[in-house]
Ligand binder design. Sequence first.
Ligand SMILES: [Zn+2]
Length: 255
Amino acid sequence: MKFGEKPLQRGDKGANVEELQLRLAGFRGTIWDGDFGPGTELQVMTFQKDYMNMKTPTGIVNGDTFAALDQFAQKFSIDFEAIKCPCGVCDGFGQNRFKNKYQAGKSETEKTEAFYRYEYPGIHKAILNSFKAAQFYASQTGYDIPYPTSGYRCWVNNEQKNRQSTNHMGKALDIDFPLKPTEDKQDDCNRCNAVRGLLVEKCGFQIGWSANNMKALEPADIAPTWIHMDVRCYSRKYLDDKYFIKNNQELDGHL
Ligand SMILES: [Zn+2]
């Protein structure tokens, strides 16, 4: 049964529930475990209330909600050219190198995503769908629509730029807003701070990386004039290769 062919509701399990959880990654957000529990129901009700303007959200995904999910996915479709790796060597999303390899000199307890050298095969669906929700909530709140400033950065690009960060090998996206002629850097910082607050409130992000299995934003002292979002706090099973994709077809399934 394809996604959209059968209603989904609390108690359902399986691949279509997982697809739903990923589609709604930026509406509160839960882990994508294929189990439709209270967290998934809250995601659905948040989407119904905020995006569909439903007065009494049902928490049940039926024809109207499936149609709205597709409309939302298409309205905020991703410009993959803008988020490809700029190195000029890889295909835009790394070369799938360094599986199970960590930065040199790390102890067993430091073998975490922050030091994991793997070039994931694309960008994680939860990050891309959260970016869609960020665009929706920003525009709904009266901001311009944010655009991506940095997506995939493979090890070739790291060497070109003399950096060691592993965060942008599929797990992260940086976004920003156009600066108006009348605005200065402080205005830019203020807006990024305000939007980070909005993303915490609406999309279920944390600021910093203290909680497991939660989407993260870099704090303002690291990212003053842009917004960095990532999924590096997730357990490895939620960072399986199958979640990392390279085009809108893979992101939105049957669309
Ligand atoms: Zn590259």
